[in-house]
Design a protein around this ligand. Structure first.
Ligand SMILES: [Mg+2]
Length: 129
């Protein structure tokens, strides 16, 4: 199993049941998970990070007030080195391309298997070559 015990992952999603599901899926990796439930909270959370760096952000697309597309624009300017993965309920045609064009590093549409999630996280945190 992937060991993420030294990693901090921020999950931004307005669906708290989904946050819980992610928590269960990533439990075995021992990653340190942080949860915020809208875009504004996410921006505030990231602005407050000084010493403890967030290693990866999982960002929902469909959220009230600020969409994931608005948040990614800000994150890519302020934190260009932190990988961000889109997690979306909208598996629409073209959504993946739109996400990658908008600056997301990966894209995962719900529902997905634990293995899909863990493999994509592994790819983003441990790039090989
Ligand atoms: Mg949502």
């Amino acid at each position: 199993m992937l060991d993420l015990s030294d990693k901090i992952i921020l999950l931004v999603d307005d669906d708290k049941d989904f946050c819980f599901l992610i928590k269960m899926m990533l439990k075995k990796t021992q990653a340190q998970l942080k949860f915020v439930y809208n875009g504004e909270e996410a921006i505030n959370f990231m602005d407050q990070q000084v010493n403890r760096k967030v290693d990866l952000i999982l960002l929902d697309i469909q959220m009230p007030l600020l969409s994931g597309y608005t948040v990614i624009e800000i994150f890519k300017k302020k934190f260009p080195d932190i990988p961000v993965m889109a997690v979306t309920a909208f598996g629409m045609i073209g959504e993946r391309e739109k996400c990658l064009k908008s600056g997301f590093d990966e894209y995962l549409s719900k529902p997905f298997e634990e293995l899909n999630l863990v493999n994509l996280i592994d790819r983003l945190l441990n790039p090989r070559a």
